[in-house]
Design a protein around this ligand. Structure first.
Ligand code: GLA
Length: 386
């Protein structure tokens, strides 16, 4: 007969041995597919969960290619979902703020919903005042994509394909789009976009995830510390259309070259901040060479120590501080998404490029292939001493 103390000792040594063996908490990497409901027109939708060996988990649906959740550890190893989202497909059917979605054909705005290509003027939906926003009325964020598990022994990977017909939402050319989401063992969510067309067309693809590194549903993101590796941004007019100028950030609240809390200057008396109702602007990403995947931005959350780095080969990044979120959206578990409860870092070409020959071109031609990579890399850092 063992005494109480002996039993406690035995259980304790067993737990210790398990923890030391490294088996405790080790996750099995892979991709799991589950049903995620039906669209009103009867399409079965799936939810794909990618898990890596560290236990990081990313859930993606083939409806809109939407990233539904990203679960990452804080500095003490506690996992939380760091993207804003809904409980079920229903929320994503309307999704007025574009939570987590793939945006296309043209992310961001096109002035007055018009552009001219090869002498022909194309007319798009004016779904944001007089401008066209995020691909029009039924953009890529509301399309059913074809999902395929293309995982390798190294990493779980989901391929999504969508063919946008000539004339869809007013854009020319049959456009085949492929997006690959890969979760690496280094806690990176890698997004690779590619596209081909059979007619000259314009294209700007991004992902519209809203992050809150303290965990979605936590207070606003004003205390998150942001760095943007950029000397210049593109100022906008009252419709958030770039004026065409590339302005130095020096001496402005847009200078994030030195890490600064998002909320530090957001209410300053600044014309551009007033027009954006906060930050809702495109920064010009510095690349050593065109096509390099460079570190564009870094965000850290001091309380939890979670860090997000955004790497991209795109020429621009839209930092949007969630200004239009107004508490009317209720997400997973009934959480209320109030103003600035999440931020977006949308890697992209500059807004309204088809109407700005001075901006990097968004033209895609038959025979050519658009290819681009963005990486959301998660880490945690120790408590910073000030
Ligand atoms: C983008 C835009 C914002 C807003 C959101 C969606 O980030 O730049 O102005 O329209 O999408 O609400």
């Amino acid at each position: 007969m063992k005494t109480h103390a002996e039993i406690i000792l035995l259980v304790f040594s067993l737990a210790l041995a398990l923890a030391w063996s490294g088996d405790l908490g080790a996750a099995t990497a892979g991709l799991k597919k589950q049903p995620f409901g039906k669209t009103p027109d009867g399409n079965d939708i799936s939810l794909y969960t990618l898990t890596n060996k560290n236990g990081m988990e990313v859930a993606i649906t083939n409806f809109g290619g939407i990233v539904v959740s990203i679960k990452v550890p804080d500095r003490s190893g506690n996992f939380a979902d760091v993207v804003l989202g809904y409980d079920s497909l229903e929320g994503y059917l309307t999704n007025p703020s574009y939570f987590g979605a793939i945006i296309g054909r043209y992310a961001n705005r096109i002035a007055r919903g018009k552009f001219t290509l090869d002498g022909k003027t194309y007319t798009l939906a004016q779904n944001n005042g007089e401008n066209s926003l995020h691909g029009g009325t039924i953009g890529f964020n509301k399309k059913v994509w074809t999902g395929r598990d293309i995982s390798t022994p190294k990493a779980p990977s989901l391929e999504l394909n969508y063919v946008s017909n000539d004339g869809e939402e007013g854009y020319p050319g049959n456009l085949s789009v492929r997006v690959v989401y890969t979760l690496t063992a280094q806690n990176e969510l890698k997004i690779e976009y590619s596209a081909t067309t059979d007619k000259n067309t314009v294209l700007n693809l991004t992902n519209h995830s809203y992050f809150n590194l303290a965990g979605k549903g936590s207070a606003n993101i004003l205390g998150h510390i942001l760095t943007i590796h950029s000397d210049k941004f593109t100022p906008v007019d009252s419709g958030l259309i770039p004026t065409g100028e590339s302005r130095s950030v020096q001496g402005t609240p847009f200078d994030f070259r030195k890490s600064t809390a998002i909320g530090d200057r957001i209410t300053q008396d600044d014309g551009q901040l007033k027009l954006g109702r906060g930050y809702d602007h495109n920064w010009i990403v510095t690349h050593a060479k065109v096509g390099d995947v460079s570190l564009a931005a870094r965000v850290s959350e001091p309380r939890t120590g979670r860090v997000l780095e955004v790497w991209t080969d795109q020429p621009g990044i839209q930092f949007y501080s969630g200004n239009f979120l107004d508490g009317t959206i209720h997400g997973n578990g009934g959480v209320v998404y109030g103003q600035r409860s999440g931020f977006c870092l949308e890697t992209q070409h500059y807004p309204d490029s088809p109407n700005h020959p001075e901006f990097p071109s968004t033209l895609l031609k038959p025979g050519g292939r658009f290819h681009s990579t963005t990486i959301f890399k998660f880490r945690s850092e120790p408590l910073q001493q000030h």
